[in-house]
Design a protein around this ligand. Structure first.
Ligand code: NAD
Length: 482
């Protein structure tokens, strides 16, 4: 890889980059090359206090700024992010490992989120409500919650920041953001865009840190609400620590892709593969389990293997690469564990199933297809978060639906069928937040209310469109006595 773009090796508090008050530091190594990307200070409780004080002061003023001006600031942030697209994308690929084409798409979508939420915010109207009492007039309106603690994962460093920052700022909130300590730089660099856009100091602070620092952020009395994107296991800890604080929780997925007997098999196979390799499978709505009708199993497996051949594993800066390295050793070990478990339970690894030797780091996992996956295997039961298509077989529609729903998580699913009746059945009966018909499980749009089914262990709240604006504001009511 070529010379890395300069990354700000500091925290960002109250509108400025700073070394903070601590002496501990974190070295960040690239999963793609193994090279040293940079070193950042570990934030301290004093740094957090400073950021919270600045946020409170800035947020009080920001809530009083009219919504058109807040929206205009978000549009300016979008312009400034767009102007830095290449630089931000290269930095993200270096620290995260995903192919550059994907990083460019992430940066573009992050900018679009600021535009989308700016435009939705100026239409976040209240309602006039009818009352049983003729002497009263009631109406609702939206107010910002206050200062949010935002905790993000490492798979989409910039986009996940934007998913909260755009709706949060547009609706008058302040945010203290904690990215993982090992993918801090893209978000820190994006603060150049925030400063250039003229956003008042203090509204956004960036304190990359570890789990215990995240816990301190959640528990800080000056934090009014929590926005979290990450694993369900961490989400459960955060919920326990947050008490009555407002929260928006986006957690793990184990997305079923269901292939019915009447499906277009070529399209289903292409989509199953297309949902499994982006970001090396480290996507919450990636292909995690493919549940195939037994009648079309053989044709599907053959088509998936053919489609797998185009998945080129390699240098994420190379334009021909579709599959880059995994982000960290923890995810690679989980893939190793899932493969060993699949083998032990009699599943057949048709291609891949191991790390590729001779690469710049030990994190390059081969694109993997596993057939005959038992329902009680780790591949079935847990989110694998790697580049894998696990194939499970079911005997009829009821059985396919049962297997699809036999999971503790319920984020997003897909179904392949030519029947409108079957499509509607799966849309309505799959226990997930979104069902994609006849396309990849990894399909997403910034304007859709993305999130899990409520009764499942994948969180609550919605990311995207006007729904996040409602989740990040209070609906308040005025009652006027005539
Ligand atoms: P993770 O849960 O390990 O970490 C997420 C964040 O939480 C990190 O910033 C981490 O430092 C922080 N954290 C860890 N322990 C904490 C604690 N006790 N208190 C507060 N913060 C703490 O998740 P990850 O491995 O970074 O991300 C992958 C997971 O994220 C996957 O499960 C994936 O499905 C999920 N994800 C979900 C969505 C969604 O929209 N639903 C989107 C992307 C990723």
């Amino acid at each position: 890889m070529t010379t890395p773009p300069a990354a700000p090796q500091q925290l960002f508090i109250n509108g400025a980059y700073t070394d903070g008050t601590g002496s501990a530091t974190v070295d960040v190594l690239s999963p793609a090359t193994g090279e040293h990307v940079g070193t950042i200070p570990a934030p301290t409780p004093d740094d957090l206090d400073t950021a919270v004080r600045a946020a409170h002061e800035a947020q009080r003023a920001w809530a009083g700024v009219n919504v058109w001006e807040r929206a205009a600031a978000c549009h300016r942030i979008a312009d400034e992010i767009d102007a830095r697209r290449d630089e931000l994308a290269r930095l993200q690929t270096l620290e995260q490992g995903k192919p550059l084409t994907e990083s460019v798409a992430d940066v573009t979508e992050a900018a679009l989120l600021f535009r989308l939420h700016a435009e939705d915010a100026v239409r976040l109207n209240g309602e006039t409500l009818l009352s049983r009492d003729n002497g009263k007039r009631m109406f609702t309106f939206h107010r910002p919650v206050g200062t949010w603690g935002i905790i993000t994962p490492w798979n989409f460093p910039l986009l996940m920041f934007a998913e909260f920052a755009a709706p949060g700022l547009a609706t008058g909130n302040a945010l203290i953001v904690k990215p993982p300590a090992h993918t801090p730089f893209t978000v820190l660099k994006a603060m150049d865009a925030v400063v250039a856009a003229g956003l008042p100091a203090g509204l956004v602070s960036i304190l990359p840190g570890d789990g215990p620092f995240g816990d301190a952020l959640v528990r800080h009395p000056g934090i009014h609400a929590i926005g979290f994107i990450g694993s369900s296991a961490t989400g459960a800890k955060i919920t326990a620590a947050a008490g009555l604080k407002r929260s928006l929780m986006e957690c793990s997925g184990n997305g079923p892709v269901v292939v019915l007997a009447d499906a277009d098999i070529e399209a289903a196979a292409r989509a199953a593969v297309d949902g499994a390799y982006p970001c090396a499978g480290q996507v919450c709505c990636a292909t995690e389990r493919v549940v195939v009708h037994t009648d079309v199993h053989d044709a599907f497996v053959e088509a998936v293997l053919r489609e797998s051949e185009r998945v080129v594993l390699g240098d994420p800066l190379d334009a021909t690469t579709l599959l880059g390295p995994l982000n960290n050793e923890g995810v690679a070990e989980k893939m190793d564990r899932h493969m060993a478990d699949a083998r032990a339970r009699g599943a057949r690894i048709l291609t891949g199933g191991k790390r590729r030797a001779g690469m710049p780091t030990d994190l390059y996992y081969e694109f993997t297809v596993v057939d005959g996956v038992p329902e009680d295997s780790l591949l079935s039961r847990e989110e694998s978060f790697g580049p894998v298509v696990p194939i499970i077989t079911g005997r009829d529609e009821d059985d396919l639906l049962r297997i699809a729903n036999a999971d503790a998580l319920g984020l997003q699913g897909a179904v392949f069928t030519r029947s409108m009746t079957s499509a509607f059945r799966f849309i309505e009966e799959m226990e997930v937040g979104q069902v994609i018909v006849n396309d990849s499980n990894n399909w997403w749009d910034i304007n859709m209310p993305f999130g899990g089914a409520g009764a499942r262990g994948t969180g609550w709240g919605r990311i995207g469109g006007k729904w996040t604006l409602m989740d990040m504001t209070d609906t308040r009511t005025g009652v006027i006595s005539l």
